[in-house]
Design a protein. Structure first.
Length: 338
């Protein structure tokens, strides 16, 4: 008897789809929560320090128990790499992403995050980590995808547009948030390319993540000590909201969600995982309008459509490259067997 349409069939075959959808929802909830507490006067730099202090403790404990037998010897070069990766990921990227929510909304924030794939692709081409065949349809699709996503980002930054649901005045602070997001995305893209290089030399993901989080926490703490007044270090209770955000960010987003994403990449590949990132825009838009009562603007909506369209064009071109590599690999295996 076939159970092709039974519940276990759907659980087995669509579990990565459900998990990645929940991943984007959980991330959108976190962004909305951070936006809420920043509006209450909580300092974003201090928030990042507390989050990553918890994340460092969690990742260090997991690395100690799970990678005890397979952890390679630690060298000075790896320590320097982890320091630089912590600077890019935590001190620059995470801090600017958090602080930007004090100037722009969650929807705007999520649209900017969706440009990360395009920025990584462009940097990979610049540093010759990615090749483009200009004469092929897939190569041209990738180029047009980058161009359309870039156009969407420019529309989002340069033209806020009128409010859709009601009238709302445009705030010049959007430019500040847009600049922060641009720098954060560039730092995240640089981190992605560098961490790919480092993991080949030090294949212990949890240990490397723990070191990055540790260095990032130290760097963020130094910055906070220099520029943040002492009274901002005292946690405001806010009916438990502050504690919820710190635990949610430190354990959930930095810890559990990172593992979930790694599991989905292992099961379905990076293209499949990235294809769900536009859901972050949808969830952030719904949460921001329904819970926070924010008004969407026409510039953000047009920018989101262009960014997502360009992203899927780029992913379509990349999916073809992956399929070609798989075909060549399988052909090489068959030749060896013959």
């Amino acid at each position: 008897m076939e159970f092709g349409s039974g519940p276990w069939f759907w659980v087995r075959n669509y579990k990565p789809h459900v998990i990645m959808s929940l991943y984007q929802l959980i991330l959108a909830i976190f962004i909305t929560l951070v936006q809420t507490i920043l509006a209450k006067g909580i300092n974003g730099v201090v928030l990042v320090v507390y989050e990553h202090a918890i994340a460092t403790f969690l990742l260090s404990a997991l690395a100690f128990f799970l990678e005890r037998e397979k952890r390679p010897p630690l060298t000075v070069r790896i320590l320097c790499y982890s320091f630089l990766l912590g600077l890019l990921q935590v001190t620059i990227c995470q801090m600017l992403l958090t602080l930007s929510l004090g100037f722009v909304g969650a929807t705007y924030h999520s649209i900017a995050l969706n440009t990360l794939t395009v920025v990584i692709f462009v940097l990979a081409v610049i540093f010759k980590r990615e090749m483009i065949c200009f004469s092929s349809i897939h190569g041209q699709t990738k180029i047009w995808g980058v161009a359309i996503s870039t156009a969407g980002s420019m529309v989002m930054v340069l033209w806020r547009g009128p409010a859709i649901l009601s009238s709302s005045s445009s705030s010049p602070a959007t430019w500040i948030g847009g600049l922060m997001l641009t720098m954060a995305v560039l730092a995240a893209a640089s981190w992605s390319l560098l961490v790919d290089h480092v993991t080949q030399k030090y294949p212990a993901d949890l240990s490397l993540s723990a070191m990055m989080s540790f260095w990032g926490t130290i760097q963020a703490s130094i910055l906070a000590a220099c520029f943040v007044k002492r009274e901002f270090w005292v946690l405001k209770w806010e009916h438990g909201l502050m504690l919820l955000v710190i635990l949610y960010g430190g354990i959930g987003v930095t810890g559990i969600l990172a593992y979930i994403q790694t599991w989905c990449i292992h099961k379905k590949g990076p293209v499949f995982t990235t294809a769900f990132s536009p859901l972050l825009i949808v969830f952030a838009f719904l949460l921001e309008t329904s819970i926070l009562g924010k008004n969407p603007h026409l510039g953000s909506i047009i920018g989101a459509v262009l960014v997502v369209s360009g992203l899927y064009m780029l992913l379509w071109g990349k999916a073809n490259d992956i399929e070609k590599e798989k075909t060549v690999f399988e052909g090489s295996i068959n030749e060896l067997l013959i």
